[in-house]
Design a protein around this ligand. Sequence first.
Ligand SMILES: Cc1cc2nc3c(=O)[nH]c(=O)nc-3n(C[C@H](O)[C@H](O)[C@H](O)COP(=O)(O)OP(=O)(O)OC[C@H]3O[C@@H](n4cnc5c(N)ncnc54)[C@H](O)[C@@H]3O)c2cc1C
Length: 420
Amino acid sequence: MHNSAATASNNNTQYQNRLFVYEVKGLSQNGNTNSLNYPIRRSGSVFITVPYHRMNQEMRRITRLGGQIVSIKPLNDDVVSEVNGTSQHRDFVSRGNLGTSHGQSNQPKQQPQAQSKSMTQTKAKKADVPVNIYRPKNPYIGKCTEIYDLVEEGGIGTCRHMTFDLSGGDLYYVEGQSIGIIPPGTDDKGNSHKLRLYSIASTRHGDAMDDKTVSLCVRKLEYQHPETGELVEGVCSTYLCNLKPGDDVAITGPVGKEMLLPDDEDANIIMMATGTGIAPFRAYLWRMFKEGDLNPDYNFKGLAWLFFGIPTSPNILYKEDLEKLEKDYPDNFRLTYAISREQKNSEGGRMYIQHRIAEYADQLWELMQNPKTHTYICGLKGMEGGIDEALTGAAAKHGVNWDEYRKQMKKEHRWHVETY
Ligand SMILES: Cc1cc2nc3c(=O)[nH]c(=O)nc-3n(C[C@H](O)[C@H](O)[C@H](O)COP(=O)(O)OP(=O)(O)OC[C@H]3O[C@@H](n4cnc5c(N)ncnc54)[C@H](O)[C@@H]3O)c2cc1C
C-alpha cells in the first residue's frame, strides 16, 4: 500500500522535482532510528520531507525501522495519499513539536481545516493592517513618555527603550510593523533629514496596555570614520537615544507587512534576532504571554523559540523579562542565546547566532516541516547567510535543497526576514 503513491506518481513527470511530506507513526528513539537523523518523539507523529526520487528508499527505511506512514502529502498541496486506510484528512501539526522536553502532547490534532486556516489568516490579516496613517509631510508629533537604558554595565554601546504617547492622534499599529522617525534639523546640504525606520517593540496595546503608546528599541550608531578615524554618531539614533521624557518626536507610519504574526494560536514561531532585531519579537512575546484578557481572540498555545545573538551578557536586551517568560512558560517558550564574546562555538571560535542554529538545526528542520511553523529573522544585515548555511546541512540530510525549501516557506508566508 505504501508503494501505491510512489508508483502512481512514477509516470507523472511533474512530480520528479517535488518534495513530499510523510507523516510517520510508530517510530521510537533507539540505536537504529538515531540513524534517521531527525529527532523522534516518544509517541505521536514525525514529519519527514522527502524528495520524489528518494520516496521509495525512504519508505523502505521507515518500514524497516517499524514506522508506519499514515499520510503522504506534497509539500505545498493537499493530501494525496492516506496510507492508514482512513479517509480522514490530517492536519500536519504537532504543537510544540520538540518532544518530551517540552512536556507537550505530540498527538497531531484532528482539525481538518487548521492548516489552510493558518496560511489564509496570515494573508487575510495583511489586508487589514494599517499603513502610512501619518506621512513625512504631515507627521504625528508624539511626546516621549519614558526612556531607559537596555545595556547593563560592562556591555558594549548604547541601546535604549523609549515610549511615545499616541493619544492625541490616529496612529495605531500591529505587532511586527515599524514606524518612521524624522530627526530635527538638516543634513549637510541644508535639506531636512529623511526619516529612519524603527521596528515597533510594543504590542498594539502599548507598554501601558491602554492602546495609547508605541515603544522602540534603539541602538545608538557610533563608528570610526574609515578615513579620518573620527568618531561618527548616527543622526537619528543619537537624537532618539538622547531624548528626555516630555520631548516631542515626529513620527510617521506605521509601515511593514513582512513581519506580521499569524493570528493562529497554535502556530509555532521561530525567532532569530541579533541586537535590536529583538524589537518585533518583544512585541510578539508580550502579545503571546503578557497580555492575557486584552486579547480574547489570541490565546497562544504553540511554541515560541527565540534565538538571540548579542556580543556580551550585559548586552542581552530585555534579559530579565525574557528569562522570566522562559521560567513561567517552559512548555511554550524556549530561549537560546548566542553570546559571541563569551561563548565558544564547536570549533573554539566566537559563538554567533548561526552556530546556535547549526547546533539545533535538526530540531529546527523538523519544526519547519510543520505547516504551522513560521520563522522570523530580524537584525543585522547579512545574518541570513550564516543561518542559511546552518540549515542547508540539516535539509541535505534528508536530500532536500535548502534554498528550494526556504523559497517554498516564503511562498507559504512562513519565512519572514527584516534586516538592516
Ligand atoms: C525596517 C527597519 C527597521 C529598523 N529597526 C531598527 C530598530 O528597531 N532599532 C534600531 O536601532 N535601528 C533600526 N533600524 C535602523 C535605523 O533605521 C537606522 O538606520 C539607524 O538607527 C541608523 O540611523 P542614524 O540616523 O543614526 O545613522 P545615519 O546618520 O543615517 O548614519 C548611517 C550611515 O552611516 C554609515 N555607517 C554606518 N556604520 C558605518 C561604519 N561602521 N563604517 C562606515 N560607515 C558607516 C553608513 O553610510 C550608514 O548609511 C531599522 C531599519 C530598518 C530599515
